[in-house]
Design a protein around this ligand. Structure first.
Ligand code: UDP
Length: 324
């Protein structure tokens, strides 16, 4: 079985590639290394069942050839990270919308099975928690550029479901909540690698806002289990699924946990949002997934606790502090 992973040199994509190779399948990756990195797949290169192309997914002929080869496609290539989105919104929108459009169009020609990775960002500033797949979404005004990411991924979802409805393309939307683990970089905003690196370097651990906002972090290996489970389940086609952990933590508590688990003497400081991001930045207070739907269909339940995830990520970053 040949499997295509767009964004396979990214944080989640590289773990997915690793697991699929371990299951004995053949993996094809296309990645432009914009937020992914060659070091993420270095250890896979020796495997003769691993193939990769460094290119933009919007390169139609290359993507088309790869999709033709593979009966299943995990579409993970996307612009991610709050800092990146604020810095380059044009590329975020174009990459997410046109990239996904092309994946769906080419997959539909040969009825390939596709998983489109989406994000909990699509819930926007909805305050109804936990959020379920059929809940309304509440995306902020377009003059606040952070919402371009949520909107671009919401369009990806609409398009995927439209292909299912009109062309019966077997496509599944996986709405990924905060994910964490080795090989995640803090460069584009992700809080856990940032906190861990600050703690390991003895620098100040910078909590944005009042630290009372909360998130649920899912360990990447659990996320990969969920993605593979959805791909293997026929009944998942045409549906949207939340994928994440339900163990909620405030960002202030998280900073303290990181400090304790690393044994760091770093000071925890609070940085106003306007300084951390830009004037008028809006943060979500809470983001908790309702995972009833995926649990019912494929029995998915996270098996790593937040402490497990933090320990494993700390171990990794201790060895790779400057690379990530
Ligand atoms: N955050 C923080 N310090 C950082 C980076 C992020 O306090 O160095 C906060 C951020 O404002 C948000 C939370 O941590 O409230 C999670 O941020 P991240 O960018 O990881 O994910 P998202 O906001 O997309 O859930």
């Amino acid at each position: 079985m040949k499997v295509l992973i767009t964004g396979g040199a990214g944080f989640i994509g590289s773990h997915l590639a690793e697991e699929i190779l371990q299951q004995g399948m053949e993996v094809y990756v296309i990645d432009d290394l914009s937020t992914g990195a060659i070091q993420n797949i270095q250890h896979l290169k020796e495997n003769e069942r691993f193939h990769y192309v460094i290119d933009d997914i919007r390169n139609r002929s290359v993507l088309g050839e790869m999709i033709d080869l593979c009966p299943v496609v995990y579409h993970l290539a996307a612009a991610v990270g709050v800092h990146l989105i604020l810095d380059s919104p044009t590329n975020t929108i174009e990459n997410n919308v046109f990239g996904t459009e092309l994946v769906l169009k080419l997959a539909a020609k040969k009825r390939k099975k596709v998983i489109i990775s989406s994000t909990s960002e699509v819930y926007g500033k909805s305050e109804k928690m936990p959020c379920a797949e059929t809940d309304n979404i509440l995306i902020g005004a377009p003059n606040n550029i952070r919402w371009s990411y949520a909107c671009s991924k919401a369009i990806d979802e609409f398009l995927a479901l439209a292909y299912y409805k009109e062309m019966r393309l077997p496509v599944v939307v996986a709405r990924l909540f905060n994910t964490v683990g080795p090989r995640q970089t803090g460069r584009y905003g992700m809080v856990i690698p940032r906190f861990i690196k600050q703690a390991l370097r003895g620098e100040r651990i910078c909590v944005y806002g009042d630290g009372k906002q909360s998130r649920c972090f899912c360990y990447v290996k659990d996320t990969v289990t969920a993605l593979i489970g959805l791909m293997e389940c026929e009944k998942a086609a045409g549906e949207v699924f939340n994928v994440g952990s339900t163990e909620e933590v405030t960002i202030a508590e998280l900073a303290q946990k990181v400090k304790t688990l690393t044994g760091s003497s770093s000071e925890i400081v609070y940085v106003p949002y306007d300084e951390a991001y830009e004037q008028g930045f809006e943060d979500m207070r809470r983001r908790v997934p309702d995972i009833t739907k995926i649990k019912k269909l494929i029995g998915f339940k996270p098996s790593y606790s937040l402490d497990d995830a933090l320990r494993l990520t700390i171990e990794f970053l201790k060895e790779n502090l400057d690379e990530y």
